[in-house]
Design a protein around this ligand. Structure first.
Ligand code: 5AD
Ligand code: FES
Length: 349
């Protein structure tokens, strides 16, 4: 089994059947070697640096109805909020003080945040923080919309593809959504010059090893600058309430594989990973991750951005989250980089 890891490390790719074996094996020596090479690879390009992204959860309203998600429109019990422009800008002020040089505005697909509203917020942010990267994570929009926001000063866009196989995609999403449109959005974003983030959940209901391989192949086609993956975690008010969540082991396995398939990619140790294990993010960092995304949202809304059960970091002040993460990063053997943290070699247009 370790020879498959050797091959992945030395050639940067594997056949479908080798990937399948590597995803499925419970051989510990293989897992250890994957971790070692993943860490070696991230250190080759990024040293011991970990980049921070200040996450501002701007709205819990969503017009979509994704089966797995706690803020889906059918969840009538969800507590809805949206942040005002002033609140968003005050999160940035707070985050800048704490050393963040990337702000991520993430939210459900909330029609209130129209192109005009977003362009105006992005322009003001761009002017106030010329040295910061502005990242958006607002779901599917038109190419024109993405263009307007890019022209206003946005640099990056996170849109997980969620599942690259038609069959699984359709089980996780309502009829009116399509994998085809999801992919179109991602290719539009890339063409418009955004640094793009895609990704998927690990251990989603109905997901097979074939589906995971399909995700890896799609990522090889898209070549995103960032790849966000985390375990699926059930939410009690969704149709998937009784389903099992993704495991720590499988998520770490995929993180290691992703680091070796995409040596220079930005790979976050996600909040969902920290939710299923108290040391999930630390283990992620040791298995190739080089980004963490502390919560910068106002404390009063954190519990309302309720994508899945038991989400961590919903109580603390932003400063506490920053301090807590710094300790965690250092305890894992890495250092916090107070920089924008672009993917190396990415040419900013
Ligand atoms: N478990 C884990 N991740 C989830 N997301 C949404 N719902 C869940 C869940 N129940 C992820 C999706 C989305 C990102 C913002 O959060 O992949 O893209
Ligand atoms: Fe938020 Fe630890 S990272 S409290």
């Amino acid at each position: 089994m370790t020879d498959i890891v050797e091959k992945l490390y030395s050639t940067g790719n594997l056949s479908d059947s080798e990937l399948e074996q590597l995803i499925l094996t419970d051989d510990e020596e293989t897992a250890e070697l994957l971790k070692k090479y993943a860490d070696e690879t991230r250190r080759r390009y990024y040293g011991d640096k970990v980049f921070l992204r200040g996450l501002i959860e701007i709205s819990s309203y969503c017009k979509n109805d994704c089966t797995y998600c706690g803020i889906r429109r059918s969840n009538k019990d969800a507590d809805r909020y949206r942040l005002s422009r002033e609140e968003i800008l005050s999160c940035c002020e707070n985050g800048y003080e704490l050393g963040f040089r990337t702000f991520v505005m993430q939210g459900g697909e909330d029609p209130y945040f129209s192109d005009d509203v977003m362009v105006s917020i992005i322009s003001e942010m761009r002017e106030k923080y010329p040295d910061c990267a502005i990242t958006l994570s607002l779901g599917e929009r038109s190419r024109e919309s993405y263009k307007k926001m890019k022209d206003a000063g946005a640099d990056r866009y996170l849109l997980r593809h969620e599942a690259a196989s038609e069959e699984l995609y359709s089980k996780l999403h309502p009829k009116e959504m399509s994998l085809q449109n999801r992919k179109k959005c991602l290719f539009d974003l890339r063409e418009l010059g955004y640094q793009v983030g895609a990704g998927f959940m690990v251990g989603a209901p109905f997901q097979t090893v074939k589906d995971l391989i399909c995700d890896l192949r799609f990522l090889q086609e898209l070549r995103p600058q960032m790849i966000g993956i985390g375990p699926f975690v059930p939410h009690h008010n969704t149709p998937f309430a009784e389903e099992k969540g993704g495991t720590l082991e499988l998520t770490l396995r995929l993180l290691g594989i992703l680091r070796l398939l995409f040596p220079k990619v930005l790979l976050p140790a996600t909040t969902a990973l920290g939710t299923i294990s108290p040391i999930g993010r630390e283990l992620g960092l040791k298995t190739g991750c080089n980004v963490v995304m502390p919560n910068l949202s106002p404390v009063k809304v954190r519990k309302k951005y309720d994508l899945y059960d038991n989400k961590i970091c919903t109580g603390e002040e932003a400063a506490e989250c920053r301090g807590c993460l710094q300790r965690r990063i250092e305890s894992a053997g890495y250092t916090v980089a107070n920089e924008r943290g672009d993917q190396i070699d990415f040419k900013i247009k």
